[in-house]
Design a protein around this ligand. Structure first.
Ligand SMILES: Nc1ncnc2c1ncn2[C@@H]1O[C@H](COP(=O)(O)OP(=O)(O)OP(=O)(O)O)[C@@H](O)[C@H]1O
Ligand SMILES: [Mg+2]
Length: 280
C-alpha cells in the first residue's frame, strides 16, 4: 500500500486542497447541527433500550445476562458504565453497536432498531454511526498509523487520496501528525490508543462506544487519553458511552451507571467526594 506521511499528505495545491476542505466543511456542518440540536434540547434520545435480555447457551444451561435492562441516553451525554468482571458491560456495548443481537427487548440506537438489521445493514450502520474503541487498539500491524486511520473511510468507498488527507487531519487532532508513517509496533501504548481513537472517529459518527479504552495504560497515560476523549466528545458533538473499571474516570463523565444483577442503576456517590475513588 502506498504510504503518505501526514506532512506529505498536507496539500498545498488548489486541486489537492479541495477534497479536504469539502470534507472538513461537511464535518463542521454536521458537528454544528449536533451541537445546536443538543443546545435546543433534542426531543429524541440517541439510545433507547427497553427490557433488554441476552441469553447464551452454555454446557451448564442458559446464561441469562440481563434482566429487563433499560437505558436511555440523550444526545451529548457522556455516560460511564462500571461493574464487576462478567457483569455484561462488553456484551451491552456489542449490542448497542450492532456487533451482537439481543435475545429479547428493543434497542434503538441512533434512530435505528439495531436488532432488525441484516449483517450487511449492521456493517453499514456501524461504519456510519458508531466509533468503537477497545481496551486493546486492534490496529492492523502491517499498515501505518495513517493508513489505519484511513481504513473506515476506504471501507465506505472514499477515494484513497481524500481518505489519507482526512486521516492526516485526524492524526493532527490527536497530536500524532509526526507519527503517520509509524506502524503500530513503532508506537507507545498511549499513541496506539490515540490512533485507535482517530480511526474510530474518522467517519464522524454520532456515537462513541469505548470499552475500557484506558484499561491497558499506566495511570498518567490513561488520564491523558481520557482528556483527549473528553475534548473530542465536546468538540465533535458526540454522545459517548465508556466502560471503565476506574471510578475516578467514571466520575468525570456526565453520568455514571453500575451494571449489576443484569440491570443498570446510578452509581452511588459519597456526599463529599462524589464517587468513591479507586478501581473496581
Ligand atoms: N459467546 C458467549 N457464549 C457464552 N457466554 C458468553 C459469551 N460471551 C460472553 N459470555 C459470558 O457473558 C458474561 C459477560 O461477558 P462480558 O464480556 O460482557 O463481561 P464484562 O462485564 O465486559 O467483563 P470484563 O469487565 O471482564 O470485561 C461472562 O460471564 C461471559 O463468560
Ligand atoms: Mg468487558
Amino acid at each position: 500500500m502506498m504510504q503518505i506521511s501526514p506532512a506529505a499528505a498536507s496539500p498545498s495545491s488548489r486541486t489537492t486542497r479541495e477534497p479536504e476542505l469539502r470534507t472538513q466543511g461537511s464535518e463542521q456542518a454536521r458537528t454544528q447541527e449536533r451541537t445546536q440540536a443538543q443546545t435546543e434540547g433534542s426531543p429524541a434520545p440517541l439510545i433507547q433500550v427497553t427490557d433488554l435480555q441476552k441469553s447464551y447457551k452454555t454446557a451448564r444451561g442458559a446464561l441469562n445476562l440481563f434482566h429487563g435492562l433499560s437505558l436511555q441516553v440523550e444526545p451529548g451525554e457522556m455516560v460511564a458504565i462500571v461493574g464487576q468482571s462478567g457483569a455484561g458491560k462488553s456484551t451491552l456495548l456489542h449490542i448497542l453497536g450492532a456487533l451482537d443481537a439481543p435475545s429479547a427487548g428493543t434497542v434503538y440506537c441512533a434512530s435505528t432498531n439495531v436488532a432488525q438489521l441484516s449483517p450487511r445493514e449492521a456493517a453499514a450502520f456501524r461504519n456510519r454511526e458508531i466509533g468503537y474503541v477497545w481496551q486493546f487498539h486492534y490496529l492492523l500491524p502491517e499498515f501505518t498509523a495513517l493508513e489505519n486511520v484511513a481504513m473506515p473511510l476506504l471501507a465506505r468507498g472514499t477515494q484513497r487520496l481524500e481518505a489519507l488527507w482526512v486521516a492526516a487531519n485526524w492524526l493532527r487532532e490527536v497530536g500524532l501528525e509526526d507519527r503517520g508513517d509509524h506502524r503500530p509496533g513503532e508506537l507507545s501504548g498511549g499513541e496506539q490508543q490515540r490512533v485507535a481513537l482517530a480511526r474510530a472517529l474518522v467517519n464522524n459518527p454520532r456515537l462513541l462506544l469505548a470499552d475500557e479504552p484506558t484499561g491497558d495504560l499506566d495511570e498518567i497515560t490513561a488520564g491523558r487519553v481520557f482528556d483527549l476523549i473528553e475534548r473530542l466528545h465536546a468538540s465533535h458533538g458526540l454522545t459517548s458511552i465508556l466502560v471503565t473499571h476506574n471510578l475516578d474516570l467514571a466520575a468525570r463523565c456526565t453520568r455514571a451507571l453500575r451494571l449489576e444483577g443484569g440491570r443498570l442503576a446510578p452509581l452511588a456517590a459519597s456526599p463529599q467526594t462524589g464517587l468513591q475513588a479507586g478501581i473496581i
